[in-house]
Ligand binder design. Sequence first.
Ligand code: CA
Length: 131
Amino acid sequence: MIKMFDRDGTRHISFQEFVELHNYLGKMRQAFDFLDKDRSGTLSSDEISQAVIQAGYNITRRTLNILFKKFDFQNKGSLQFDGYVQLCLFLGTTRNVFTRTEQLQRQSSVPGQPGTIMLDFDAFADLASQI
Ligand SMILES: [Ca+2]
């Protein structure tokens, strides 16, 4: 997360970058509280599923369940705020890397259906390192 807000690439965050990080977390907290429909203080898989659908991600329930377990750090069957933030960062970064790759392949006339990319192991390792 620090990396995301280190806009000048110094590997440290300046006061201004810290302010941006603080504001980002405030917005994430508001979204978390909005999504927490039953006011449990955590997000259930159903609450997360609704959020992911509303955000426009096209992922299966199976994949969402895998991601949910990955970020359910306390293994309680629900996401705490930190798990929610990390899930959002993961999905956002993954979508950006995928979209950039898809655009590059389309420009290079790599065959494939819209919404798909073709990867060999080297390309996969390259992309995975960016997530
Ligand atoms: Ca809840």
